[in-house]
Design a protein. Structure first.
Length: 233
């Protein structure tokens, strides 16, 4: 392990040179936001090169990475001259730029439902359960692991309770009907996180059914955290 202070180490940023067309994805194997983007890329059959940014070692705060992404978060996408941060923006960019296997329904009402589900997870759960928030709870506010984990599960439960009711009206095989959408790409990583924190999901049968259906698809299998080159035990 490199023990030099964050900012002195160098993240290996292999940015695309002129003429390269391969997508570059900067992420972390267990980041649910990175996981979402990987699912989209797999569903669309896109070739991409992964650049691990180790959040546990603070690589996201290093000068080399901050020059690329001033916010210092993952995921971050480089597509030629296009650079995009924030997972939902990346997902929408990929869906619009690479239209094969569209991940948004054609009907406006269904598109609105997909966006609703996306935002329930991206806005109502993720910001409160992000690693930097959890670290702040422990390191700055002095909360122990038990209280941190209780916090984590509380915010998932609050949103999943409402999401379960919504999905009972929208779901077919997947979140909205019988085709995979961006909503499913959001849901599976969030359930993965809930499982990591030993959260009981027995009150969410519709969520469990949808996730089980998704996890049978090769795109979701290949995008799973444990399948990534930077995965750790």
């Amino acid at each position: 392990m490199d023990t030099r202070p964050a900012g002195e180490r160098q993240v290996p940023l292999h940015l695309p040179t002129q003429g390269q067309i391969m997508l570059q994805l900067f992420g972390y194997w267990r980041s649910s936001a990175s996981y979402r983007v990987r699912i989209v890329m797999q569903l669309k059959g896109l070739d991409y090169e992964q650049h691990p940014v180790n959040l546990r070692q603070g690589e996201q705060r290093e000068k080399a990475y901050r020059r690329l992404n001033p916010q210092g978060l993952v995921p971050f996408l480089v597509d030629g001259e296009v650079q995009v941060g924030q997972s939902v923006a990346i997902m929408e960019y990929l869906d619009e730029t690479y239209p094969a296997h569209p991940l948004m329904p054609s009907a406006p009402q269904e598109r609105a439902r997909v966006r609703q589900i996306v935002n329930m997870i991206a806005c109502d759960i993720h910001p409160l359960n992000n690693l930097r928030v959890l670290n702040y709870l422990e390191q700055s506010l002095g909360q122990g692991k038990a209280h941190r984990d209780e916090w984590y599960r509380h915010w998932i439960d609050e949103t999943f309770t409402a999401l379960e009711q919504l999905l009972m009206t929208t779901a077919g095989i997947y979140c909205v009907g019988n085709e995979v959408t961006l909503a499913d790409c959001m849901l599976v990583p969030q359930v993965y996180n809930a499982r990591r924190y030993d959260m009981s999901l027995e009150d969410y049968p519709t969520i469990n059914r949808i996730v089980a259906n998704c996890e049978q698809l090769q795109a979701f299998i290949k995008a799973a955290p444990e399948q990534q080159p930077d995965a750790q035990p």
